[in-house]
Design a protein around this ligand. Sequence first.
Ligand code: ZN
Length: 242
Amino acid sequence: MRVLVVSDIHSNLSALDAVLADAPAYDQIWSLGDIVGYGPQPCECIARLSEYEHQRIPGNHDWGAIGKISLDVFNKQAAKAALWTREQLSASDMAYLGELDEVLELEGVTLAHGSPRAPIWEYVVRADIAMENMAAFSTRLCLVGHSHVPVAYWQQHAGRNCIGLQLPEGEPFSYAEGRSLINPGSVGQPRDADPRASYLVLDTSAETVEHRRVAYDIGATQTLMRSRKLFGRNIDRLEYGI
Ligand code: ZN
């Protein structure tokens, strides 16, 4: 099966549409959470994904927006965005974001927003954190989001240290050997100093992922955010990918 893997769309429809237009052929979409939060078009992003056959797991911003987790631990601007998002969502949007398993296993691949051992909150941003998480899933590959930084952590043998690898852009990366924990980066708010939308195409038969980037109309998203009085710093950061 070929899968378009997206994460951290963050209500950025312009970025999501650019990814959908850029992606080579796939059978299904898998979303790793944070469909909403920060950005200006939460309902539109839910509606767009719903046009496609897709699977999804929740992120902290999704559950923060619907009140399923407390906003006390969100920073001020993220909490403000979550409350604004809550006002926009319909009852069916709420159900769409709420009634989800925190971890899924599909086609021999584990999906978690943060990490397999703490799916809503933990950031896997170092090889030692990746290594500690290897015991929390049993498949060869685990896909996570949350940090908004594309990366692969790879473990050759059980008990060995993980190493962090940059995912080559536009080239297949094999996960057939050893075990891997891979982050596709963020569609709607990249934080690796590259403002282009980031995603993966997964081929479960070939056991490869291909990391892809696509430019999108950042100005269109920023204009909508300004017109909706959404959150200064989160407007500017889109330009810099931070
Ligand atoms: Zn996020």
